[in-house]
Design a protein around this ligand. Sequence first.
Ligand SMILES: NC(=O)c1ccc[n+]([C@@H]2O[C@H](COP(=O)([O-])OP(=O)(O)OC[C@H]3O[C@@H](n4cnc5c(N)ncnc54)[C@H](O)[C@@H]3O)[C@@H](O)[C@H]2O)c1
Length: 699
Amino acid sequence: MTADYKVHGDIAVITLNNPPVNGLGYATRVALTDGLSKANDDAAVKAIVITGAGKAFSGGADIKEFGSPKALQEPNLHSVILMVENSSKPVIAAIHTVCMGGGLELSLGCHYRIAAPGCSVALPEVKLGLLPGAGGTQRLPRALGVEPALNMIVSGEPVKSEMLAMLPGQQLFNKMAASSESLLQEALAYASEVADVRPLPLVRNLPCKHPQGDAYFQFARNMVGGMSKNFPAPLKCVDAVEAAAKKKFDDGLLTERDLFINLMWTPESRALRHIFMAQRAASKIPDVPADTPTREIKSIAVIGAGTMGGGISMNFLNAGIAVKMLEMKQDALDRGIATIRKNYEAQVKKGKLKQDKYEQRMSLLSTTLSYDDLKDADMVIEAVFEEIGVKEAVFKELDRVMKPGAILASNTSTLDVNKIASFTQRPQDVVGMHFFSPANVMKLLEVIRGEKTAKDVLATVMALAKKIKKTAVVSGVCDGFIGNRMIEQYGRQGGFLLDEGCTPAQVDKAVEKFGFAMGPFRMGDLAGNDIGWAIRKRRYLEKPDMKYSKTADLLCEKGRYGQKTGAGWYDYVAGKRDAIPNAEVVKMIEDHRASLGITPRKISDEEIVQRLVYSLVNEAAHILEEGIASKASDIDMVYLMGYGFPIWRGGPMNYADEVGLFNVVQAMHRFAKNPLDDAKFWQPAPLLAKLAAEGKTFN
Ligand SMILES: NC(=O)c1ccc[n+]([C@@H]2O[C@H](COP(=O)([O-])OP(=O)(O)OC[C@H]3O[C@@H](n4cnc5c(N)ncnc54)[C@H](O)[C@@H]3O)[C@@H](O)[C@H]2O)c1
């Protein structure tokens, strides 16, 4: 049973009871319609109150039914709402805490609505590339007014009930309760008050018009179209609300239905729904049950106050967790603190952070030069130079001073976490926490699971990631982990494209048109070309037969490290981030090409994008096969959150699924025939080849 039924005097109360947010899944819908029938059949009942147990009226559709036929199984939400409307006795929605999506649509079918203050009210379907499909686009404009309703439907953002109640002429809430606690009592009283009023009022009968008519919808289209370039749903929301304003109610409902079904089939909506599920799935580790106990983390030590150490510390200060930073020298600590202050002060200046909050955060920060001062910390995160010898010295010290049970994390981006763990007597407490730069901004955290990392350490780190608002994805140990291991192949393809005839600007433009925030060369300039240079020196020394373009090395030999030196693949003017193509760099590429005896050819944008994106996909398939990532959707999350992969394409694996793995493999076979490319790399990973042959997908 997912709704409770109880009669108070002559009022029946149906309480949705499907934790955590009373999702309107099949069983809940059945229980709700059963309750409605019972109340209508009971002569002693004069009115019906629908409310929600626990922390929501209703959060809407049950995500477990997403995209499954169960969501449409009768009684579907439409039928439930129709049944509410047709009840011979008044139905009053008693709304509190959360009233979203289908929950709000259900309440709009009720004859009356009473709301508690502080309730988050939203129609968030647009965030999944959809629009409200159970009458929301037709009823909300009638209840609230066209303009505020359209704003809510197009943005999907929650608005507080008391704000909505203040809108002039609104009929969304007939009454506001004093509080969530008194809501039920007030709803019962209100139900008694309206029990005998006939005819029963219906939102569908309210007028719906915008005083400016067509001109308003034209304006709305211009605004919404400009802001939602790659997403079709927001403009369709405008169409649906326009139908509410111009058509008869039932015709408007049909328009909404058509628009909803069409959106359901768009790749953009599939991508957004995939991301929604992927985000939830990322925190689940197959062999670490959800009830694994976690260790208490009240204070953190950070070793190294450089670029990463400072950013990492800010995450915890923001979450109210005390941080102690350790450095070798006082001036390094001073510099680190000054950078943190500068970052916070910029936020204060922009009005994003209150002065007292800033001071409160800084008061949680302390520094030291001595390891012995770290003995009380619950966890330590190391962010020192990327050299195994330095890491060894640091971890030996940490092993000496940290209290038993403390978690020892490393922010290494390339080094072997198992080796780092072996420097201690407690490898079970060692884990990798790979933050991305700038660490206080970037949402991605790769959690590196060592061979011996304990399950409760993993569970603790995943919970902590949530607390500091990161999307954490677990990766096994390998060079580059998930993200950087894939990006290496992408970078190699970028180099080959230069050798074969492209300019950096051409490659970047093609990739940016595909939707990446930045092409590979602009990204290199931002991250610092010297970082990749150092990695190549180390890596290709170990793999002398690895084929790669030398152009990036030549660039670094000229000292063109990127934005930090004012020159990289492009030129930069101080204080600006615009990439200005540089003739000397183009000449350098041409000379190098000539020295290899290559005649340049014109390469299409399509080939550029395919080679770059499929290189990610092929490497990812190896990563999946080796168990470095436990699911394809984790790889998508890494690329969406950490590497600027276009959201509406849902990540590289989802994109490959959309293209069709058979087609992806065919393209790889074509690329393998290019003598200037790396034929060995383009052998499809066995997992990819198998899925393609079986007509299957990654996700
Ligand atoms: N910069 C990035 O984009 C990035 C991204 C992810 C991970 N990382 C990793 O983070 C780590 C730090 O990188 P960074 O960019 O912050 O480097 P950085 O050079 O900016 O900072 C390193 C800091 O560590 C300090 N340090 C060095 N040895 C120390 C020791 N023995 N004890 C205490 N402090 C010591 C240095 O004084 C310096 O302030 C590296 O492992 C790097 O691979 C960097």
